[in-house]
Design a protein around this ligand. Structure first.
Ligand code: BTN
Length: 261
């Protein structure tokens, strides 16, 4: 199906104002990681993905037109910036974009880049890169925000997830939400270029209420309980356990009940 072009409102300097909109696609990440080249800051949006990709090789499934599914393509100034910085930047951008509609007190970030409302996952982010001669030539940030799925959608495996509608009762227009998130991403991309990854990490930590609290971390082999000590300068999670500190570069975090109360 041929895409149409949607114009975003607002003043963007890095993110492109014109969004490539597909009613149907396999995955917006897969599309932008393909061999074609695009303008730095291009956004590709889909109403439905038949093969949406999630973190840790999982699928990302959303019913048609109920989630904001998009990816952004970056190719300039990326060699000097570590890839983890884009992961945290995306979470900060989504937090700030949603916070224009929803009380910021109800929104939080969970390591590495889940966005939560009332401690339930409302948005997942997948950052991927295409390399040439060992260096990233292109970075694609894929973002899926659950917007209007009803509460009944979030059961079984999805019991810890929510949509903006199911968590807050607020029904948002997906393009208005996209404009707000694109604007926040634009501001944070400029901040990253100007001040480096540290500035993004400082914001990320401000939006993460779980630091210093009890969490559980599951990697490919084990589950560990402990206190979320900090995020290392390279974006790794540091967990203080009874047997010492452990560092995780990729894992699933769950928030312990006592942390939520
Ligand atoms: C996660 O597992 O938490 C990450 C999910 C990322 C999903 C988004 S939806 C838009 C973009 N295209 C994809 O195929 N995946 C990302």
């Amino acid at each position: 199906m041929n895409p149409e072009l949607i114009q975003l409102s607002g003043n963007l300097s890095i993110v492109q104002q014109g969004v490539v909109h597909f009613p149907f696609i396999d995955s917006t990440n897969t599309y932008l990681l393909g061999k074609h080249s695009h303008l730095h800051g291009t956004i590709v949006l889909a109403d439905y993905q038949s093969a949406g990709r999630g973190r840790r090789g999982k699928q990302w499934i959303s019913p048609p037109e109920s989630a904001l599914l998009f990816s952004i393509y970056l190719r300039e100034n990326i060699r000097e910036i570590p890839i983890y910085a884009f992961t945290f930047l995306a979470a900060v951008g989504v937090f700030e974009g949603i916070a224009r509609f929803v009380s910021p007190d109800s929104i939080s970030l969970k390591w590495p880049n889940d966005v939560m409302i009332h401690h339930r996952k409302v948005c997942g982010i997948l950052v991927q890169s295409r390399s040439s001669s060992g260096e990233p030539a292109v970075i694609v940030i894929g973002i899926g925000v659950n917007v209007s799925q009803p509460s009944s959608f979030f059961k079984d495996d999805l019991a810890n997830a929510c949509s903006i509608l199911s968590a807050t009762g607020i029904r948002l227009d997906r393009i208005e939400l996209l404009s707000s998130i694109a604007d926040a991403l634009d501001v944070n991309l400029e901040l990253l270029n100007r001040s480096g990854a540290e500035a993004i990490m400082t914001k990320w930590k401000r939006y993460c209420p779980y630091i210093g609290k009890k969490i559980a971390v599951t990697d490919d082999f084990n589950r560990y309980e402990g206190v979320f000590q900090n995020v290392s300068p390279t974006g790794a999670l540091i967990l203080r356990t009874e047997t010492g500190d452990r560092t995780f570069h990729a894992a699933e975090v769950s928030i312990e009940k006592e942390t939520l109360s």
